[in-house]
Design a protein around this ligand. Structure first.
Ligand code: AMP
Ligand code: MG
Length: 401
């Protein structure tokens, strides 16, 4: 049995997985389908938005200078020239001494340079009394104030939020250039595993990792392709790996990734392709494999679900980011540790923590075979390889799930 005498730093493992990541493939989708997709190109405003200067209030378009000094006692008196229609062009100019009613969002007539809110006016016959002065530009959105034609509005690598869809709509982007979703094959290995629909017999457990990995792949913009449970037998694993790597852009295997002779994943990947890394200086998650079969990167995850999840975050996350072009956005909060965390120097430790709602991060030191800490935690605290632990009261960054 070979031991893990040579483990590589997390940074090297991430660099390796990025190096073998297949390139981003661009496609276009209808705007209604763009939520959650990663932009493949910068989105540039094709024209000024809005394309005309518009009012942000119900009121009267005026020439601001005509309202100078207006007050309750001495209102400005302007000739009422009617009202503009919503969504229709307005060519008739406002002359000095005139005003025109404009509803919210309506176009500012030529010649006018401000809006007076209707609340500060009083219509008297053909005249409008204005009780407050306005400055030029007041109560208006200028043409191009939202987005100027030529501006880069949304950058490539951004994942489209609901807000972004609204922005894309006003820009007229009906077909959105996005990264194709990578297809990621998922295989669970282990003679003790049964599917979620089965009642485990003695010494059997339900397969958690297939679902865990599928959710993660979906979260990170991929399409999970499940290949189910494979027994710890070379022929069965060879066949599943060949099928998955032929049909998918990348493959996640779990279980059997250690260096015991019954752990056949590394040898199977090596025979079908190549193993680049076997063993990462990360805890939990040391028995991790990074390899490749044909063009498809293959990550061998440890079997313990909590370890598998840490490796998904640390290694599969960067892989999916590279394959979708997504700029990695770390969602984190600062918190103070409520207990010491011990750690070995030279190893990057990821400790699950719960936020206590009072600024504290409570380390959950469950065994990595337990799923309860995954359910109870809010995220991870990373202990850098250079540190021998973190101390109670220390401010840490909690990487939120
Ligand atoms: P292994 O990495 O195959 O040595 O497995 C380590 C531990 O993780 C064992 O207790 C396995 O039963 C467990 N395990 C492996 N794969 C899974 C899975 N897909 N779901 C739940 N537990 C698993
Ligand atoms: Mg196993």
């Amino acid at each position: 049995m070979k031991l893990f005498l040579e483990v590589v730093p997390v940074g090297d493992a991430v660099a390796a997985i990025r190096r073998i990541a297949p390139p981003v493939v661009a496609e276009t989708v209808a705007l209604k389908d763009a939520y959650g997709r990663v932009l493949a190109r910068d989105i540039i405003a094709g024209e000024d938005i809005p394309g005309f200067t518009r009012s942000v209030v119900d009121g009267y378009a005026v020439i601001a200078a005509d309202t100078t000094g207006a007050g309750e006692a001495m209102p400005a008196m302007l000739a009422n020239t009617g009202r503009v229609a919503m969504g229709a062009p307005e060519e008739q100019a406002i002359a000095p001494g005139e005003c025109r009613y404009v509803p919210t969002g309506g176009i500012l007539p030529p010649g006018a340079d401000a809006m007076v809110m209707v609340e500060y006016t009083e219509a008297v016959g053909d005249e409008v009394l204005v009780h407050r002065p306005v400055a030029p530009g007041e109560n208006l959105i200028a043409r191009g104030e939202d987005f100027a034609g030529g501006d880069v509005v949304l950058e490539a690598g951004r994942r489209c939020s609901p807000r972004d869809l609204g922005v894309l709509a006003v820009l007229g982007v009906a077909e959105v250039p996005v990264a194709a979703r990578p297809r990621v094959g998922i295989i669970s290995t282990g003679n003790e595993l049964v599917p979620v629909t089965a009642t485990p017999g003695p010494a059997q457990v339900r397969d958690a990792n297939s679902s865990l990995a599928a959710g993660f792949v979906t979260e990170r913009g991929g399409v999970p392709v499940p290949y189910g449970i494979v027994r710890d037998e070379r022929a069965a694993l060879e066949e599943a790996l060949a099928t998955a790597t032929a049909a998918c852009d990348a493959v996640l295997l779990s279980g059997g990734s250690s260096k015991d002779e019954r752990d056949i994943c590394a040898a199977t990947i090596g025979d079908a392709g190549e193993v680049l890394i076997h063993g990462i200086a990360i805890a939990p998650g040391k028995p991790t494999i990074i390899g490749r079969v044909g063009p498809a990167p293959v990550i061998g995850l440890p079997g313990h679900p909590a370890s598998a999840y840490v490796v998904l975050i640390a290694i599969a996350g960067p892989l999916l980011a590279a394959m979708t072009g997504e700029r990695e956005v770390v969602r984190s909060v600062a918190a103070r540790l409520t207990r010491n965390i011990a750690s070995a120097r030279g190893r990057e430790d990821y400790v699950r923590v719960a936020l206590d709602g009072e600024g504290g991060a409570v380390p959950l030191f469950g065994k990595s075979g337990l799923l309860n800490t995954l359910a109870a935690s809010s995220g991870l605290v990373r202990v850098p390889a250079s540190r021998e632990g973190l101390e109670v009261g220390e401010e840490v960054e909690v990487l939120l799930w």
